[in-house]
Structures are given as C-alpha cells and as structure tokens.
Design a protein around this ligand. Structure first.
Ligand code: GLN
Length: 195
C-alpha cells in the first residue's frame, strides 16, 4: 500500500487481520512483486506532490497496466480519477491524477472537516449496510465506464472499474472488513499476495 502520507496504518491492520502480506510503498522499487495497491486517505494535494517527488506516477500506472489492482480511498480515490475538480488555487485549479478511473471527482463534495459524518451505506453486493466514514470526502460525477456500487445523497461514492476500486469514504476506520475482502477478491483474480 502507498505509505507516503495519510491513513495507511489502519489499512495495514485490517489487511493483516485477513492474513494478507502487506508491503509499504514509498519508492518505485517497492511495487515489485505486488498484486494489489491501496492508495489511502489523507490529503490528495500533498500525496500528488510526493508522487511527483518520488517519481511514482508512471510506475503506478505501469503496475496497473501489467495487471495489478488498485483501490483508492478518499484522497486516494481523488488520485485515480480522470479529472479532479476543486483543486486549491495554488495548484491553478489543476491537480495531477493517474486517470485510471473513468469519472470526474469533486473534492470536498460534502463540505469541510466539521461536516464529517458516518453513514450506513447500501453497497451493491453486500447484504447489510456498510458503516462509512466521510471526512472532507469527495464524490464522483460524469461516471463513464465505471460502475456505481454505492451512492450517498444522490452522489456516487463507490465505483468499480475492472481492477480499480474507488471509495469516497474511509472504509478502514470502523473494523468492518467486507470491502477489504472485496478488494482482496479483485486482486486474487490475478495472483494472490496472501501468505
Ligand atoms: N479532501 C481531501 C483531499 O482532497 C481528502 C480527505 C480524506 O482523504 N479524508 O485530499
């Protein structure tokens, strides 16, 4: 999982509870041998700057092209989108992204930090609602070939496109492992990282 910044430790804990071997990625060489990659929540503008600094943009795109699966959560989902709206003015309103997800993402679509909330989300494919924590969360619009798996207040918040999963919320903060299991299943279609 990408470990430049943000909530990667919580993802690590949940993955290890599923007996998955976890590798923290800070440099392109760390991607070697991985089958799945999680881009955690945090601050997408900071992560974008660090991805440039560590020359990780192209290696991550190559990782996907070669068959890897990627899951972006919150800030990580912003990094995946085809187009990012709401980048801060010092970025000239533009923010780099991996463009592996055929959707536009609107940053902070549900308001500021104080508007953070938890919701019981109905997710396609899960029998019971998923407890989702939204912290300065984005939302997706102009969804192209991606499939919307969950919406909140009429906005798409969980997308899947081939081996890309994108959640606008934090799935790692409540201890519910179902979405991590979903991602592991996506990864294991290729080869499993689990020990
Ligand atoms: N709003 C943040 C951003 O644009 C994302 C917040 C989060 O990851 N919890 O990066």
């Amino acid at each position: 999982m990408l470990a430049l910044q943000g909530a990667f430790r919580e993802h690590r804990r949940l993955l290890e509870s599923l007996a998955i071997t976890v590798q923290e990625v800070r440099l392109p060489a760390d991607l070697a041998g991985l089958d799945g990659l999680i881009l955690p929540g945090g601050e997408s503008t900071t992560m974008a700057r660090l991805l440039t600094g560590y020359a990780l943009w192209e290696p991550i795109r190559a990782f996907y092209m070669e068959g890897g699966a990627i899951w972006g959560t919150c800030a990580g989902a912003i990094l995946l989108a085809r187009e990012v709206r709401g980048a801060p003015p010092q970025f000239g309103g533009q923010q780099d992204s991996l463009k592996l997800l055929d959707a536009t993402v609107q940053r902070n679509a549900f308001g500021r930090q104080i508007n953070s909330f938890a919701a019981q989300l109905l997710v396609q494919g899960l029998d019971a609602p998923f407890p989702a924590v939204f912290i300065r969360a984005p939302a997706f619009s102009e969804v192209g070939t991606a499939t919307v798996l969950a919406e909140w207040e009429g906005q798409a918040v969980l997308l899947r496109q081939d081996r890309v999963l994108a959640t606008a919320f934090h799935p790692e903060l409540t201890g519910d492992v179902r979405l991590h299991e979903y991602f592991v299943a996506l990864v294991s279609r290729r080869e499993i990282v689990a020990n």
